[in-house]
Structures are given as structure tokens and as C-alpha cells.
Design a protein around this ligand. Sequence first.
Ligand code: NAP
Ligand code: COA
Length: 269
Amino acid sequence: MRSAFKDGYLKGKVAFIAGASSGINLGIAQRLAEAGAKVAILSRSAEKIAAAAKTITDAGYEAIGIAADVRDYAAVDAALAQTVETFGKIDIVVSGAAGNFVAPALGMSANGFKTVIDIDLMGTFHVLRASFQHLNRPGASLISITAPQGSRPSLYQAHVCAAKAGINMLTQCLAMEWGPAGVRVNAISPGPIADTEGMARLAPTADAEARVKSRIALRGYGEKLDIAEAVIYLSSESGRYITGTIMNVDGGSELGDAGGDAIPEAFKV
Ligand code: NAP
Ligand code: COA
């Protein structure tokens, strides 16, 4: 295993991860479990979340899957209560549920725009707001999964850009409000991550994938483990003095277009 953290590093911790039936967030849940945390994972589909939890319990770790929609505050609140009932407490919360589709603003109904705002931004507010009562103590860590769209305008992503920018600001506001209680609030901004629904939607063809890779400073997609490692760092003792950070784990995406085909031969490194 390529990891800076020993298995057992998070022994005794309980993590709640929203939007974890697949992709990056399931990768986070699986890695946190390997690192010793008990994990509760949530998504809309009862079938998908049960199957995801089974991948963790089949590997010999403790996990429960809870079906709930992050757009429903009461359902999120109940899921957190169920987690505390099952595992006794919550130390780490990851809010990562999201929806995305590629469309120009003029090809998006008001409800289409609102749907992404409701899942990403309102969902994150619900998860963080409802978590505080369970994590109101020094050492607690809340992490949202944002995206490069939160700080860089992107074509055909008006809904996601608006939602993720909101998540970035929410992260910083809550870090200020909750810091005096010792509660840390951070966000991770993944760049393009291999084998995810997000990239299947944003770069659906081999050509599109090659174009994305050619424009990133580190020239390639990241792996789910890259994001899970950042979660362990931020949510453990290693990250005890970090709050209000939007941590880019993105191969340099945040820097902007790093060349593509436009780099003259003589300037190549
Ligand atoms: P994904 O596999 O589709 O993950 C999205 C998760 O959210 C799924 O588990 C989905 O499960 C859940 N979900 C969606 N709507 C929900 C709702 N209303 N309530 C509760 N759960 C809901 O996508 P991914 O590509 O791994 O993305 C994961 C996160 O990383 C997202 O926050 C995304 O914005 C961020 N991100 C991804 C990339 C990338 O390269 N993929 C890059 C930057 C940021 P159900 O369908 O079962 O509800
Ligand atoms: N282009 C334009 N509008 C679209 C669209 C598209 N490709 N896909 C959905 N919409 C619109 C719908 O038309 C609808 O608006 P309307 O009522 O005015 O017609 C609105 O969005 C809601 O669609 P619906 O399918 O009812 O939403 P949902 O809550 O069932 O699903 C989505 C949410 C649309 C975000 C869906 O893609 C999803 O569940 N995504 C989760 C997985 C994902 O996106 N993973 C990547 C994460 S980065």
C-alpha cells in the first residue's frame, strides 16, 4: 500500500462520510477503515450504500451504510444520530455528496441549477450544521470535498462553480465560528481523479481525457488514494493546527492551463 500512514493510525476514531456509495468518497471510507476508523457511510440509494458498506465489512473492518438524501436536513440529522447510536461518537465528518452534468447555463432550467446547489451546497451545510452537536470538542474534524470549479470559472459548469465556491466560503466561515471550540473545518479540492463518475461526465472520451491530462502541471489524473491520504492528514493529529484551508490535491489544476500542445519544443523540460 502506497501510504504515508500506518494501518491503525486512526484506531479509536469514528468517521461519517456523506456521498460514499462510490468514487472518491468510497475510496476515503475504505482507506479510513484500513487506518483503523469505524465508518458510517451515506448516500441516496439503499442498495448502493449497502453494497459499498459490504466492501468494507468484507475486508474485515467496521462499517454501516445509511440511505438518506443530503437535501433533507432531518434525514441527515437522523443518520448522524444513528452513527452515534452504533459507534458511540463521531470524530471525523467528510461531506462529499455531489451531482454534476455538463450544460451551458442557457441549457439548464432553474430546477437543474437548483438541483446541484441543493445537493452540493445545501447538502454540505446540512451535513456540517447537523454534525456540530456531535463534534463539539477539541480534535474534531470536518472536511468538505470541493472542486477546482469552486475557485476557477469553467465552461458549462455554472451550477457546480456556484455550489463549490459556496462550499469554499462556508468552510472558511465555519472554521472561524467553530475554531474557538477546537473544531477544525477544512476542504479538499481534488483535481481530476481516475475511475470516477465525475471524470466520466467531464471527460467522457479518450481525446477529452488526453486534453485534460496535457494541461495539468503534473500531467495526469490522480488516484482516489491521493484524496484519502489528505483526509487522514487533515483529520488526524498530523493536521491539528490546520483549519479553514482549501487543500488542493490536484496535480496543479488550480494553477491553470500548464501548456497542452502550446509549449514550444525548445521550452519543454
Ligand atoms: P460519485 O462516485 O458519483 O460520488 C457522488 C456520491 O454522492 C455518490 O455516492 C452518490 O450516491 C452520492 N449522492 C449524490 N447525490 C446525493 C444526495 N442528494 N444525497 C446523498 N448522497 C448523494 O462521484 P465522484 O466523481 O467520486 O465525486 C465525489 C466528490 O468529489 C464530489 O463531491 C465531487 O464534486 C468531487 N470531485 C470529484 C472529482 C473527480 O475527478 N471525480 C474532481 C473534483 C471534485 P447515490 O447515487 O447513491 O446517492
Ligand atoms: N442537462 C441539463 N439539465 C439537466 C441535465 C443535463 N444533462 N441532467 C439533469 N438536468 C435537470 C433535469 O432536467 C431537472 O430539471 P427540470 O425538472 O427542469 O427538467 C433537474 O436537472 C433535476 O433532474 P433530476 O434527474 O430530477 O435530479 P436528481 O436529483 O434525480 O439527480 C443529478 C441529480 C441530475 C445531479 C444526477 O445527475 C445525479 O444524481 N448525479 C449524482 C452522480 C454525479 O453527478 N456524480 C458526479 C459527481 S461530481
